[in-house]
Design a protein around this ligand. Structure first.
Ligand code: ADP
Length: 451
């Protein structure tokens, strides 16, 4: 039984985890950096421990400090949230070796899926469609690289095998840029992910980003909790997500069954997201995430299932309490990520929020740690809240989101609220005529011209 959880994260997701723990009568321990003393979940947790100075490498990425926090508070489990150490197999291994429960899959699985090249190999083994020639390791031999690229065919995309958050990704349209971009991605990969392994795959120029949410108990049971559409992105990073996706129900069945099979066969334990690109009625696997996703609320809204609660139950060794045929999907949900950023250049906009007002009404959910007089620090991701709407169909979900965005007041720092409003008003968005290039090529260029 899990009795006390260390929440090894910050911001909205830490608060999100805390809320479920309280509901389940599980004690909570927050760990925080010196600049985060006033975070909402720190103030609300049963116990709190400072784990270091603001820089993430000295606090939220400080493995010994987090494990010590579990020791001294006699906690028996650690929830990693998303980002930070959530997909660090070394962390989960050390958590397990120290005698604590890691809320997520075992370290071997995290390692296997954390390397996109090995994840692709596994998916291929189970018949999951991947992009053409996509695991050709790039080496120092320029001629060889040109041959690999030619075989795949331009345009192609170069990515870090250990990438995340849209970093260390470059699109190559012709052979003249290949060498230059290989070098850049290798360097970025080393800088962001401490590993130089990169790979190339075919670039899809009008794809949708569709992901399949699976939950699996490691005891032979896996359930499909619906899909999500995360096509609206900027610089390969999601900014607005929806559930269900715009793909026909019948087209999802086969791919969802394959994903479930993978989970059952590899003894997968926990929440798993299979990310795909979808173009010309075909799915192509790009990566698997072994943790709770930022966009999990849209799945919760259309299924009524608390995903954090299910994660905790599975980590406690319980079997899945529901079967596939007991899952009912209802309505439509949209999530707008609210970032503290400057609208003209998307640079972070930290500072004190002097006035805050949350939106409300039927079908509106606001997942955020901010409050009046809270200061957004410069040190972390610029996500300060997630506005989630729900309605009986997409049209209603859009209308409620528009109302909610217009009610949301965050003063004295800059945010992307206006950008989200513009997206929701856009005709192509309303009609579902979108691809991952929607924002950059069509929309942002227009905004830039106006402003
Ligand atoms: P990360 O792990 O950094 O999020 P992903 O591999 O999940 O990287 O890709 C992030 C985004 O980059 C995708 O949602 C998509 O917009 C774009 N992308 C990745 N691979 C391709 C590809 N082969 N073709 C077109 N776009 C791609």
């Amino acid at each position: 039984m899990i009795k006390k959880i260390v929440i090894a994260n910050r911001g909205e997701i830490a608060l999100r985890i805390l809320r479920t723990c309280k509901e389940m009568n599980i004690k909570t321990v927050s760990v925080y950096s010196t600049i985060d003393r006033e975070l909402k979940h720190v103030l609300l947790s049963d116990e709190s421990i400072c784990i270091g100075p603001p820089r993430a490498e000295n606090s939220y990425l400080n493995i010994p400090a987090i494990i010590s926090a579990a020791e001294v508070t006699r906690s028996n489990a650690i929830h990693p949230g998303y980002g930070f150490l959530s997909e660090n197999s070394n962390f989960s291994e050390q958590v397990e070796k120290s005698g604590f429960i890691f809320i997520g899959p075992n370290s071997k699985t995290i390692k296997m899926m954390g390397n996109k090249i090995s994840a692709i190999k596994i998916m291929k083994k189970f018949g999951i469609p991947c992009l053409p020639n996509n695991i050709s390791k790039i080496n120092k031999n320029e001629k060889e690289n040109l041959k690999i690229a030619e075989k795949i065919g331009y345009s192609l995309i170069i990515k870090s095998a250990h990438g995340g958050g849209g970093k260390a990704i470059k699109i190559v349209h012709s052979k003249k840029d290949l060498k230059k971009y290989i070098k850049i991605v290798k360097e970025e990969s080393k800088r962001f992910f401490n590993n130089r392994t990169i790979y190339i795959e075919k670039y899809l120029d009008s794809a949708k980003h569709i992901e399949i949410q699976i939950i699996s108990d490691g005891k032979g049971n896996a359930v499909f909790l619906g899909d999500r559409e995360c096509t609206i992105q900027r610089n390969h990073q999601k900014i607005l997500e929806e559930a269900p996706s715009s793909i026909e129900e019948s087209e999802k069945v086969e791919i969802a069954e394959l994903c479930k099979t993978v989970c059952v066969e590899i003894g997968y334990k926990g929440l798993g997201t299979f990310e795909f690109l979808y173009q010309d009625k075909k799915f192509f696997f790009i990566e698997m995430n072994t943790r709770i996703q930022v966009e999990h609320p849209v799945t919760e809204m259309i299924t009524g299932i608390d995903l954090v609660k299910e994660q905790i139950k599975i980590a406690s060794g319980k079997k899945l309490s529901f079967k596939q045929n007991s899952i009912r999907f209802f309505g439509h949900s949209i999530e707008c990520r609210i970032n503290a950023e400057k609208p003209n250049n998307f640079q972070p906009s930290p500072g004190k929020i002097t006035r805050f007002h949350a939106p409300g009404g039927l079908g509106i959910r606001w997942d955020s740690h901010i409050y009046t007089n809270y200061s957004v620090p410069i040190f972390y991701d610029s996500l300060i809240g997630k506005l989630i709407s729900f309605g009986e169909n997409r049209k209603v979900a859009i209308a409620r989101m528009q109302n909610a965005l217009s009610e949301l007041v965050i003063e004295n720092i800059e945010t992307n609220i206006n950008l989200q409003m513009k997206i929701l008003r856009n005709k192509n968005f309303k009609n579902g005529r979108i691809s991952t290039n929607f924002l950059n090529s069509e929309f942002l260029e227009k905004i830039n011209k106006i402003t």
